[in-house]
Design a protein around this ligand. Sequence first.
Ligand SMILES: Nc1ncnc2c1ncn2[C@@H]1O[C@H](COP(=O)(O)OP(=O)(O)OP(=O)(O)O)[C@@H](O)[C@H]1O
Ligand SMILES: CC(=O)N[C@H]1[C@@H]2OC[C@@H](O2)[C@@H](O)[C@@H]1O[C@H](C)C(=O)O
Length: 383
Amino acid sequence: MLVCGVMSGTSLDGVDVAIVEFEMKNEDILFNLKFFTTVPYSDELTERLQAIVQPTSESPEISSMNMLLGETFAEAVNQAIEESELSKEEIDLISSHGQTIFHDPVQSEKDPLHRPNTLQIGDISVIAELTGITTMGDFRTRDIAVGGQGAPLVPFADFKLFRSDDVGRILVNIGGISNLTRLMKSCSLEEVIAYDTGPGNMLIDAFVNWHTRGEQTFDEDGKLAEKGQVHEEWLNQLLNHPYYSKVPPKSTGREQFGMDYAKSMWYEAEKLGISEVDRISTATALTAYTLGSSLRNHVEKDGVSEIYISGGGWRNQYLMKILKEQLPEHITMESTESLGIDSDAKEGIVFALLGYLGINKITNNLPAATGANKNVVMGKIAW
Ligand SMILES: Nc1ncnc2c1ncn2[C@@H]1O[C@H](COP(=O)(O)OP(=O)(O)OP(=O)(O)O)[C@@H](O)[C@H]1O
Ligand SMILES: CC(=O)N[C@H]1[C@@H]2OC[C@@H](O2)[C@@H](O)[C@@H]1O[C@H](C)C(=O)O
């Protein structure tokens, strides 16, 4: 079966399209990435989305953006199919994550009418109509409906694709947020541990944007962070954020580590007289330390010896250098490319897999990672 996975992450910079062939062999799922591309959003679209992901955004804008993103995703898929030289008739399914606009998966204790919720937009009916291909999407709500956090969803696919009978592994993705999946040697699905560790590139991107007055949107290869000094005292204050000491399963996003938090950090640093470049170094260290301390917890007690990184953070060489310094020397840290998976394509492949399972009515959530009270088939379909 050929599935086109469509992923648009928290960085709001574009949409990834991965065309993947799947085959079920006994218990194993075999996959073959046929084509991958990233279609960047226009600057205007990124700006609009940055406004829409704020909790103050209004329903008319969100509702209209739902339709516009449906069109954007459909165009990206049509372009990918054309470039891949496959024909539309060969593609059995589009599986689209959508763009997360809001994620609030914990029941409020104060408001009895509040409900755990998550919202991914980019309407699947529009995608199905403009591509002519059956489309699946809106995965997370089904997991929330059974008491889960609706995130992270990647660990289920990590288990299916990377679990080994020879070695314990941790898969890490550093996108806007960082997350990890721990797969002990020969582990069962129930033994998987996975959670968001905290910020990934999100704070670094915001700081670089402000420092360069909008000229740069990220710290290319970590060059700016490398120039500065980590401000240890401020870093220690930042490490007191309550999210880091929460016990998994846990997930986070812009609601905790987005623009409001970045702004409060930036002004706090200004008051403390910390230079802009040192703020970028310290934000980079915050990502490395929080991820590093979570990794250490697992490598030491769970017999893990291999760590594989995906997501844009892999390209931030300074971040990777200080992350490596956090780990015991015998641990190998490589990109998922060494497992045969392009690190940028990984999330697209994962959503193609979740759709492949969903359309075959096979459960595709992982209660151990999301906290759900049962296994369910996530995803809605537009034929
Ligand atoms: N050459 C580079 N040097 C440093 N950082 C980079 C480089 N290339 C990409 N990045 C970082 O990677 C980010 C994009 O990562 P990615 O595409 O994995 O995020 P995402 O999928 O949107 O997020 P998430 O996985 O959290 O949903 C950019 O915002 C940037 O910070
Ligand atoms: C609600 C939401 O979109 N969460 C994203 C986000 O980006 C990274 C992290 O926060 C993770 O929890 C999740 O995405 C990946 C794809 C996941 O569900 O595993």
